[in-house]
Design a protein around this ligand. Sequence first.
Ligand SMILES: [Ca+2]
Ligand SMILES: [Ca+2]
Ligand SMILES: [Ca+2]
Length: 191
Amino acid sequence: MSYRNLSLSLLGGALLALVSNGAIAATENLAVDNGSVATAQNVDPFGDQNVINVFGFRGSVLGGLVVDNSDADFYSFTVAGNTRITLAVNTPEGPLFNDDPVVALYDLGGAQLAVDDDGGPGFDSFLSYDALVAGTYVAAVSGFADFDFTGGGNTDFSYQLQITAAPVPLPAPVVLLGSVVALFAVRRRHG
Ligand SMILES: [Ca+2]
Ligand SMILES: [Ca+2]
Ligand SMILES: [Ca+2]
């Protein structure tokens, strides 16, 4: 793993930054330990598309000068209340190269709110979580089978973590109630 993976990751980052105008692109800071909720790398703010693309990796590069093997990577970001957060981890090389990420969402107190292994294409990860309370949340990326995100797992890879924030859709009964109220208002105006 290494030179090739890192350059793939950086190239991917550059390409994505070009095509997704308005989305924020961030890169894992490998000089700082981001291995826990408390030491998460902050990647705020969201761009005008409410998307943050983070490029990171697990592995060794530059002859072992940079080592982030079997480590969990934590990234913090802030959302408004009633926000649907999605976390997607994409690996450029995929299952053929044993790229098998896992992803989780934590609150600042360290509680795991959601976790996923293979919800995306191949062995890639995807999860969705409705954050009712405004505040700072933390996304974590690790390798299968590090489901408590303390490090370990048997797979290293470069990855793109895409964090999105969108309003939680209204449940059907509320939408229906809204239509009834609107209809009533129209009828009153005409009556
Ligand atoms: Ca890392
Ligand atoms: Ca790390
Ligand atoms: Ca997986």
